[in-house]
Design a protein around this ligand. Structure first.
Ligand code: PLP
Length: 416
């Protein structure tokens, strides 16, 4: 069977930052799960607006404002098409995935849930899909439960019968884990939740940038992700929602743009999605995200996924060769996104990351905003290498070589 592939050498030419040197060496950027680098096409799209037709959207009737508004609307339509949303009206622009999930906790959670209701999340959630629900629990007396993990880090769905009940109102989970890389099939969870009348929220922060996602086919109720992890700029995120739910929810923030009428005794909200977008939106960033969506669509998300599956398989193999390394999460690249999280015996991940940096290799070290998961794994911290469309096998080799060097350095120091 032939797989779609990426021309990584050509892709890399679109990313000026990848020609930079770090500590006298070509940068090996292996931290795209935290935030991706940006291609010229995104930088140029934003630069063009600022240089040639910048003006606030939804306000002016003059050429610049109308042009910016049209491009902003087109960005929303591009995002909608990219994730299979039935309409651009289902797409709320937020600052990031964190804000999208908070919007749901504030607007849906505080309005529709009462004490004793239950929210089901999982043990592997990023804090963005963990803290807002516990915050809500403190305020409203709702109960948060967590789906536990199997030994290799997948969701243990055998527990669902005891975790789901008539009281479950929300089921919310990461499509792809930012630590273990595990890809969760949303279908069985969605089916079970809907059968109980609960809504399903998916945190797609590590999925939308890396694989084809179709929200209509999934039939989830809400889907959240960030622009900066998918070649777009910071400051722009997305909340997809089913229209009837968005319409039933009260606004999250209020002020300009989110109203259709304001009088001294009457205020009418704007239609969705604008009801959830108070104030001047990050429209230049949205236009940048639109350019990122164009870039990824041209590559083809099936090819992006295949490239990451291949490089992750190679990394899992190469990193595991190093004596004293433990890799966390499933070993099967078919159910694993482009992250390889690991520890090296007797080396703190922060020390490791610092030594790797000396070789020009950028990895993330710490709890990756998933402290509960680390507690479950009995770990304080881990190191994480993550890949994207511009990652190439020689960067995995550079990582492995740098790990060997770090080990040798620390062992020599210990012997002294
Ligand atoms: C799985 C997951 N969810 C949510 C987030 C939060 O993204 P942001 O900080 O852009 O809101 C991240 C970021 O790392 C993530 O990996």
């Amino acid at each position: 069977m032939s797989h779609p592939t990426l021309d990584v050498a050509a892709i890399r030419r679109d990313f000026p930052i990848l020609s930079e040197q770090v500590n006298g060496r070509p940068v090996v950027f292996l931290d795209s799960a935290a935030s991706s680098q940006k291609p010229l096409q995104v930088l140029d799209a934003m630069d063009t607006v600022y240089r040639h037709r910048y003006a606030n959207v939804h306000r002016g009737v003059y050429v610049f404002s109308e042009a910016a508004t049209a491009e902003y609307d087109e960005a929303r339509a591009k995002v909608a098409r990219f994730i299979g949303s039935p309409s651009a009206d289902n797409i709320v622009f937020t600052r990031n995935a964190t804000e999208a999930l908070n919007l749901l906790a504030y607007s849906y959670g505080r309005h529709f849930l009462k004490a004793g209701d239950e929210i089901l999340i999982t043990e592997l959630e990023h804090h963005a899909n963990f803290v807002p629900w516990f915050h809500l629990a403190q305020e409203k007396g709702v109960v948060v439960k967590c789906i536990p993990l199997t030994p290799d880090g997948q969701l243990d769905l055998s527990q669902l019968d005891t975790l789901l009940s008539e009281r479950t109102r929300i089921v919310s989970f990461a499509h792809v884990s930012n630590v273990l890389g595990v890809i969760t099939d949303p279908a069985p969870l969605i089916k079970r939740a809907h059968a109980l009348g609960a809504i399903v929220i998916i945190d797609g922060s590590q999925a939308v940038p890396h694989m084809p996602v179709n929200v209509a086919e999934l039939d989830c109720d809400f889907y959240a992700f960030s622009g900066h992890k998918m070649l777009g700029p910071t400051g722009i995120g997305v909340l997809y929602g089913k229209k009837a739910l968005l319409e039933a929810m009260p606004p999250f923030m209020s002020g300009g743009d989110m109203i259709s009428y304001v009088g001294f005794d009457t205020i009418r909200w704007n239609d969705v999605p604008l009801k959830f977008e108070a104030g001047t939106p990050a429209f230049v960033e949205a236009i940048g995200l639109g350019a990122a969506v164009d870039y990824l669509s041209k590559l083809g998300m099936a090819a992006v996924r295949e490239h990451e599956r291949e490089i992750t398989a190679y990394a899992l193999e190469r990193v595991a060769e190093v004596p004293g390394v433990t890799i966390y999460g499933p070993t099967d690249p078919a159910i694993r996104g482009g992250v390889v999280t690991f520890n090296v015996d007797q080396i703190h991940p922060h020390d490791l990351a610092t030594l790797l940096d000396q070789e020009g290799v950028a990895v993330r070290a710490g709890h990756h905003c998933a402290q509960p998961l680390h507690q479950r794994l009995g770990l304080a911290a881990t190191a994480r290498a993550s890949f994207y469309v511009y990652s190439q096998p020689n960067e995995v080799d550079a990582l492995v070589e740098a790990i060997y060097k770090a080990k040798a350095k620390l062992q020599t120091r210990r012997r002294r």
